[in-house]
Design a protein around this ligand. Structure first.
Ligand code: MG
Length: 328
């Protein structure tokens, strides 16, 4: 018997996509950050994100408002990934009957705070009793202006690939929390991720930007998603990947491999995008001037091979996959 653990998350998604029919209104179906749907003369973005206790969060390490914030921020980050803005959300919750009502209210307050900051409102959803860990499912409906969105499959040979913020910071924050070291500067990105909605919209309006996603599985694996969807190769130059000073200090203190963290650490919810190499510095400078967001070129796209290489070699590092049996 084949199990979902044997297939892995992405293998499972590919298998399921084959079972499901589609229609001409579906411009982008399964496989990107959001589905892209034509509705009247608009392009709608739709995405849903599961947030499962003991998989995505632990109550011992996160308060209820943080849990809600992170669930909603991760969900709307997929809208940011395509250059859109959130409009509406449906939230479904499953929890045990003995769950404290005030706790659940705080989770929803955390989610509401995300939408009031980045746009959109929660308009409904479902609730159910369950007998295990708490499960939140956040569906977001968003839109793009100008009939253009940025997909994973738009990258072109010769493009540079750039990333906002500091990769690996969320993973370093999680490591710090697991060590009982709650230092705000280090743990903030893990606990209170900031979806790059405005930066995503700005990038989407630039024709020189060709492909984009939000980084949730680790830089190497996220680059792999773009490479695979675009049918090309991406070479990441590890020396160019920015290392946040606080991450470097943390790794030094505990003897951790900073390089592994910045290449494979997930849940950053930053943007990774490719753009034409010509004048790319100018665009990145303009982005930085507009939002004060750190943005760095970390590699280049090629049609000489496919997949992702780090410094010209096949990486021996993976990223995050929900189902892969890691202990086998
Ligand atoms: Mg995503």
């Amino acid at each position: 018997m084949n199990t979902v653990g044997d297939l892995g998350e992405f293998g499972l998604i590919r298998r399921l996509a084959r079972v499901l029919p589609t229609t001409p209104a579906v411009l982008e179906g399964i496989g990107d950050d959001c589905a892209v749907l034509r509705y009247a003369d608009r392009l709608l973005l739709v995405s849903s994100d599961l947030f499962v206790e003991d998989v995505h969060f632990r109550r011992s390490m996160m308060g209820p408002e943080e849990i809600g914030w992170k669930a909603a921020a991760a969900a709307i980050s997929d809208v940011a990934a395509m250059g859109g803005a959130p409009l509406f959300s449906l939230v479904s919750l499953a929890c045990e009957g003995g769950t404290d009502v005030a706790f659940v209210e705080s989770v929803y307050r955390g989610m509401a705070n995300v939408f009031s900051q980045y746009g959109g409102v929660i308009v409904g959803g479902d609730t159910s009793r369950c007998t295990g860990p708490m499960v939140l499912d956040v569906t977001v409906i968003g839109e793009v202006s100008g009939n253009r969105c940025l997909r994973r499959r738009g990258a072109l040979p010769g493009d540079v690939i750039a990333v906002t913020g500091y990769p690996g910071l969320s993973a370093a924050g999680l490591d710090a929390l697991e060590r009982g070291k709650d230092q705000a500067e280090l743990t903030q990105r893990h606990r209170w991720p900031r979806p790059r909605i405005r930066e995503g919209q700005w990038l989407c309006a630039r024709p020189e930007v060709h492909a984009m996603l939000d980084t949730s599985d680790g830089l190497v694996q996220d680059a792999e998603h773009i490479a695979e969807a675009s049918g090309l190769g991406i070479d990441i130059e590890s020396a160019r990947v920015p290392i946040a000073p606080i991450l470097a200090r943390h790794c030094e203190e505990y003897g951790l491999d900073a390089q592994a963290l910045i290449l494979t650490g997930g849940e950053d919810y930053e943007l990774a995008f490719t753009m034409g190499a010509e004048n790319h510095e100018e665009t990145l400078r303009a982005l930085n001037n507009e939002f004060r967001t750190v943005v760095t070129v970390v590699g280049r796209c090629t049609d000489e091979w496919t997949g992702v290489r780090v410094d010209g070699r096949e990486p021996d590092v993976g990223g995050f996959d929900h189902f892969l049996n890691r202990d086998e």
